[in-house]
Ligand binder design. Structure first.
Ligand code: ATP
Ligand code: MG
Length: 558
């Protein structure tokens, strides 16, 4: 690889890191202090006394053109990400010694991913290619691609294993890159799973787990348990005893390669044609990615409760699909291993889409280069031919079932960009929407009978009504639709798109007798935006995340 190539990866990583931090600064740091102004093509903000500016477009999505700048001695100078990090720290009063390292680790990771992608071949499967397209990750997170240790918050402990990994992130470059690259969807990784056998007296499972048995041959008296090889490394110390005394047996590697999806820890496994959601004791964005025991049980419980709900949703809104999580398996070897080895079985998107419909991760539609780079040529063609028609179909497929799930069924879906797939037909038009990830899917308290469930399982399955609606608004109206709209309208105005979205939503609201939630939304009430920088800054658990109000794109219509 030439040094020029290395340099350009570093430059693109710097640009992406700066852009993400600037978006967070506008939304969470300068915005709430009244220090953001829009003037012509620029957004200006003041952070720790410094005046910054960037040419911005894309509405809530805040896309930047050219280099963001800061005013130094009366002259506009390019703004480096390191300087913005220092300014944010100063504005917030200092005291978080991890923050700078996390932002830098994310920038290094992006550079590594860009280098690795030059030599890697994307999956031929367009769905998997879309899962592996999120090179820059969450656009409103200060360290979207850091894959580090658990840090010092209360969000769950990965212990020293995670810290060791955080060190691993820095030692990349030689010998094919750091270890985490071997598991990185953005580097088009694929790898065989490790197969364990669990002795039946310590088997923990619920629901429909039979597909896992097809992965290999467990010895008599044992059941097969696939494991993410990265997680096995992280759990090595805890696994030594049960492997030595025969409660677990290591059967080596599986026969076919699994393909990691956008969440990193969930993979597509081709022998079973299932997605497998593993625990991974690594912090990705705000969470150490552990399947808690109550989430393992909760996924199976929710799957049976949601079956009738989605049946009705798809009758009312044809094209509504979901990915059931009908079973989990683990080993009953104490909480650490029960959770650390727990794997949730999830249906695959192809298996729930109608023949002829191609699932594409919504997040891939928001990635730079979309929609042309989305591995479905017809999609770019359909968008180019009539963006408003395409968008209207998209909003109908994605938004209406989410609103109906909440209002009629008391179910809070989590439709952020990474949890939704749009199914496009052969002409590239949206005809289906696939909802996934039951960890973030909740039942509205008081609207479901949860008696009979263990208390912790019931708690983790529930939101109060206001919290649930907040979550719906954030995921759908802040995280998701504005990003897709920004892709569709490029640097142009989005007014026509939001007018169309307003019509679709108003049509639905009229059918439902204008519930208060929808009349507020359509009247342009400010929207709640999740405060990811603040979560990292205060080292809080993700579930404690606060929200800041942002402008509602539907407000321009009223
Ligand atoms: N716009 C976005 N909103 C939310 N997450 C995003 C976005 N873009 C990228 N991501 C990434 O997607 C992942 C979302 O995490 P989430 O908790 O939904 O997934 P998970 O529960 O780990 O796995 P799965 O989605 O397979 O169930 C994180 O890695 C996050 O950084
Ligand atoms: Mg998810």
């Amino acid at each position: 690889m030439t040094s020029l190539a290395l340099d350009s990866a570093a430059a693109v990583a710097e640009e992406a890191t700066l852009a993400a931090l600037l978006r967070c600064s506008i939304r969470e740091v300068a915005g709430p202090r009244g220090q953001v102004w829009h003037a012509g093509p620029y957004v200006l903000l003041r952070v720790a006394g410094a005046l910054l500016r960037a040419r911005a477009h894309g509405g809530l999505a805040l896309r930047f053109q050219g280099s963001p700048e800061w005013l130094e001695d009366g002259c506009w100078q390019p703004l480096p990400a390191d300087l913005l990090t220092r300014l944010v720290e100063a504005e917030l009063g200092g005291g978080n010694e991890e923050f700078t390292a996390q932002v830098r680790a994310s920038r290094e990771a992006v550079a590594e991913l860009l280098r690795a992608r030059r030599e890697a071949v994307p999956p031929a499967d367009p769905w998997l290619a879309s899962e592996q397209a999120l090179v820059f990750g969450h656009p409103f997170h200060p360290s979207p691609k850091a894959r580090g240790g658990p840090g010092k918050d209360t969000a769950g402990g990965a212990g020293e294993a995670g810290e060791a990994l955080a060190r691993g992130l820095g030692d990349g470059g030689s010998g094919g890159g750091p270890d985490w690259l071997a598991y990185a969807p953005e580097a088009h990784a694929s790898f065989p799973l490790r197969l364990l056998a669990v002795r039946d007296d310590v088997l923990a499972e619920a629901g429909r787990t039979a597909p896992l048995d097809a992965l290999g041959a467990a010895p008599p008296g044992y059941s097969l348990l696939p494991a993410h090889p990265w997680q096995l490394d992280l759990l090595a110390a805890e696994l030594a005893a049960p492997l030595a005394d025969g409660r677990l047996v290591d059967l080596g590697y599986g026969s076919r390669r699994a393909i990691p999806t956008s969440s990193v820890r969930t993979v597509y496994e081709p022998v079973t044609d299932r997605c497998l959601k593993f625990s991974l004791d690594v912090r990705i964005t705000n969470c150490v990615r552990k399947n808690s025991w109550y989430e393992l049980a909760g996924a199976v419980e929710l799957t049976s409760r949601l079956e009738p709900v989605f049946r009705r949703l798809s009758e009312e809104f044809p094209g509504t699909r979901w990915l059931p999580e009908p079973g989990y398996r683990s080993a009953d070897l104490g909480t650490r291993l029960l959770e650390g080895l727990g794997v949730i079985i999830r249906m695959s998107p192809w298996s729930v889409c109608r023949p002829g419909v191609t699932p594409v991760l919504s997040g891939a539609l928001a990635a730079p280069g979309a929609p042309e780079d989305a591995a479905v040529p017809a999609l770019a063609g359909a968008v180019a031919a009539d963006p408003v028609r395409w968008w209207r179909a998209y909003v109908e497929r994605v938004a209406l079932p989410v609103l109906e799930a909440y209002l009629t069924h008391g179910v809070v879906l989590e439709p952020h960009l990474q949890n939704v797939l749009v199914g496009v037909d052969s002409t590239g038009m949206p005809v289906e929407a696939v909802f996934r990830d039951l960890e973030g899917t909740k039942l509205v308290a008081g609207r479901h009978d949860l008696r009979g469930l263990p208390r912790r399982v019931a708690e983790a399955l529930t939101y109060d009504a206001a919290g649930g609606w907040n979550r719906v608004l954030y995921c759908l109206m802040v995280n998701h639709l504005p990003e897709v709209a920004a892709t569709l309208c490029g640097t142009g105005p989005a007014r026509e798109l939001w007018a169309a979205a307003g019509e679709v939503l108003a049509g639905y609201a009229a059918c439902r007798g204008w519930p208060r939630e929808l009349s507020d939304l359509l009247a342009g009430a400010p929207l709640p935006a999740k405060a990811n920088l603040s979560v990292r800054w205060t080292r809080s658990a993700d579930r404690m995340a606060g929200y800041v109000p942002v402008a509602n794109p539907l407000a321009v219509l009223s």
